[in-house]
Design a protein around this ligand. Structure first.
Ligand code: ADP
Ligand code: MG
Length: 697
């Protein structure tokens, strides 16, 4: 392996390469676009394109592509080669500023949720200069936003950038009130911890459910699962270690700050965490990370499963979105400060987040809603579907003492005056250990833990940024007109704590008692995607998101439609796969075993006519009964699959799937899993849970 420092970023057109390949004037101009959003001059774009092309060719690229994130949740690319015909019949390599800035992929094949009829197929991709271009598979990839002809966002990047702008704008207003004049930009940063499973490729290929849906739809419990708790942070197996080393190298080449890796709770489950970076770049990098994880796995004879719940009975995979707000001068606004003023500022930002999470619990829940994640949330292994905030006992007590004007134990029995007192020190360590909270303060950042492993982190951060921008806007609107700033600030923080303390919960989020308590507190509990998704269009949500120009109402309607449609399609594909497996693999397998047993029985009877009706008979009876049940519930599922086609709209379809199809799938599975337990191993048509979970050495 080459030296890590050398390979890091070697495939990225980053600042170092820009400095080396662009004239000082062009570089300066591009920097202003990147840092301050200044509009890009076409002559600058031409010069940048030329430099990018030369660099890309030198590094083995032959093509370029606008790389974007349509609402499919994965990334899209369309490659064009650099070649252009020359008069002498040969070719020259060309790439213009125009091609860099704007592309026109056919938008009709990407989900648009009714925004754009197929006859208006045009869509635009537009360069996002704040995320570096990179080389992947001999193509220069240019991160872009993707919009319809009418300018509506058809992707996950555009609203994310808009939400970052919204938060920047409101946060700057607050900082000015604190007398801070030198901060020019406030950005959010994210470090997403990514969980995944690794399984053997040959075994994967034998399972239609994994191939078609990314998760197992059948499978009896193996003799051993995660009960020994021997996998978390355990020694990494050689084959997995080789994979991780290779993966790191590929990610480093792309400038991705892959940092931490370890085994997770379930057997065959692992995690990778990068060092945090700007939200927009972190989002691009996480998409790339997921792609590279899957690619590198194949090279090692493995398959990387990013599904939220590939196996029943062991933990599923999530993604922890570590999020904070920082200034361009390097101050983390969610980090308690040293002076009274810094502390007051910290508390205000902290309160803004608390208020945001309470006011827009539903949006946070919606932002992680997928068919896959529905299996995880609330399943005693991941946070419940109820959103709450964990602050830790000490910080909670500090807030309480501010709310009630009572002394805090750390302040020598005086009440805390904002802007006058320094906050009492609270230990960071105690804040980090609650792993059951969906939204936990971890000392200088919040960790949003409800995301599914395959989710783009974009949606969660769009909602988070926008909701916090809204809190900050309300604060700034009030404070800007106050004469006594400190008193007003104090009162406002008090009021926020009083109004929103229902969202604070430091206990065990996996406990059923909490769900009851949360209901009493009036917190929302949307268990499934069809339950929560329609609330995206609730008046308060539309008003907030449109007022900060993050979405238009049309965009929201389209997204709601697409997410529900995606949910329905996912479950229907799973159902079809189950029907196929039950009919063509499971029933025939059981029948073969029944046949063998029956033959044994008749042989025994031949030898001795009054032979006892032995254990073979019992198994034949049980399996025959299960075969009937498997067949019946398979038929039942097929009937429901016909019925669902009658749904009048996607919302109705979603409810039907939730209420009729999913329970029928569960029924079919339960019979098949029982039959698996009774059937001789050599007859079972595909690798079992035991094979899959313990098959990688
Ligand atoms: P743990 O969650 O195990 O305590 P860490 O707190 O070290 O681990 O970090 C987890 C993730 O949080 C890492 O990806 C890290 O880069 C990220 N992180 C740390 N500080 C910040 C921050 N200020 N903003 C966003 N993410 C952060
Ligand atoms: Mg963590």
């Amino acid at each position: 392996m080459q030296n890590t420092i050398e390979i890091f970023g070697s495939k990225v057109f980053d600042d170092r390469v820009m400095k080396a390949t662009l004239s000082a004037k062009v570089y300066q101009s591009l920097k202003e676009t990147i840092d301050k959003g200044k509009e890009l001059d076409i002559s600058v774009a031409n010069a940048v394109a030329e430099a990018m092309k030369e660099w890309a060719i030198q590094n083995g690229a032959t093509h370029f592509t606008h790389w974007f994130q349509p609402l499919t949740g994965i990334t899209a690319e369309k490659h064009d080669s650099f070649i252009s015909p020359a008069p002498d019949g040969r070719v020259i390599m060309e790439f213009s500023g125009k091609e860099l800035i704007k592309g026109e992929p056919d938008a009709s094949s990407f989900p648009s949720g009714g925004i754009r009829a197929t006859f208006e197929a045009r869509g635009y991709t537009m360069w996002d200069p704040t995320s570096f271009a990179f080389i992947k598979d001999r193509s220069l990839c240019i991160p872009t936003a993707f919009c319809s002809y009418g300018g509506e966002a058809l992707d996950k990047k555009t609203p994310l950038l808009r939400s970052m702008d919204a938060l920047n704008k409101q946060a700057l207003r607050i900082l000015r009130l604190f007398g801070n004049k030198d901060v020019k930009r406030v950005t959010t940063s994210v470090g997403p911890e990514q969980e995944y499973f690794l399984v053997d490729k040959a075994m994967f290929d034998k399972r239609k459910d994994l191939v078609f849906t990314g998760r197992t739809l059948f499978g009896a419990k193996p003799p051993k699962g995660q009960e020994m708790e021997d996998h978390y942070f355990g020694v990494i197996k050689p084959k997995v270690a080789e994979y991780m080393a290779d993966l790191n190298e590929e990610l480093w080449k792309l400038g991705i700050l892959a940092k931490t890796e370890h085994n997770e709770v379930a057997p065959a489950q692992h995690e990778l965490a990068p060092i945090y970076t700007t939200t927009n770049v972190a989002t691009d990098h996480n998409q790339l990370t997921m792609e590279i994880m899957q690619k590198v796995a194949l090279k090692h004879g493995l398959v990387c499963l990013l599904h939220e719940k590939p196996f029943a009975g062991v933990n599923g995979s999530g993604k922890h979105n570590n999020w904070s707000i920082a200034t361009d001068t390097g101050i983390n606004l969610l980090s308690p400060g040293e002076t009274p003023s810094e502390n007051a500022q910290f508390l205000l930002f902290l309160c803004a987040v608390i208020k945001a999470v309470d006011d827009y619990q539903d949006l946070l829940r919606i932002s992680v809603a997928t068919a896959g994640n529905d299996h995880r949330l609330g399943a005693n292994e991941a946070p419940p579907a109820v959103v709450s905030v964990f602050l830790g006992d000490e910080l909670t007590e500090i807030l309480e003492s501010i709310e009630k004007d009572v002394p805090y134990k750390g302040t020598k029995k005086t009440t805390i005056k904002l802007g006058v007192d320094v906050l009492p020190k609270f230990a960071r360590d105690t804040t980090d250990r609650n792993r059951t909270s969906p939204f936990a303060f971890t000392g200088n950042k919040f960790e949003f833990r409800m995301l599914g492993s395959s989710n783009s982190i974009s949606c969660a951060n769009i909602m988070l940024n926008s909701a916090v921008a809204e809190s900050l806007k309300i604060y700034a609107d009030r404070l800007e007109n106050e004469k006594d700033f400190e008193a007003a600030l104090h009162n406002m923080i008090k009021k926020t704590i009083k109004d929103h303390k229902r969202i604070l919960f430091n206990g065990n989020g996996y406990d059923d008692a909490w769900i009851k308590e949360a209901e009493k507190r009036g917190l929302v509990n949307y268990k499934t995607t069809p339950d929560c998704m329609p609330h995206l269009l609730d008046k308060k949500n539309v008003e907030m998101l449109t007022s900060h120009n993050v979405f238009t109402e049309t965009e929201l309607k389209s997204r709601c439609e697409i997410m529900l449609d995606n949910y329905c399609k996912t479950v229907i594909i799973e159902s079809n796969t189950m029907v196929d497996m039950a009919q063509k693999q499971i029933l025939p397998a059981i029948e073969s075993y029944i046949k063998e047993l029956s033959e044994t029985i008749s042989l025994k009877l031949k030898i001795k006519s009054n032979a006892r009706y032995g254990f073979e008979g019992t198994i034949v009876e049980k399996l025959s009964d299960l075969c009937e049940k498997i067949y019946e519930s398979k038929e039942g599922l097929q009937a429901e699959l016909l019925e669902v086609k009658k749904a009048k709209n996607v919302e109705e379809e979603g409810y039907f799937i939730r209420d009729k199809i999913i329970p029928q799938m569960d029924k079919l599975r339960s019979f098949a899993d029982k039959a698996e337990e009774l059937t001789a191993e050599k007859y079972w048509p595909y690798p079992t849970y035991g094979d899959l979970l313990f098959g990688v050495k």
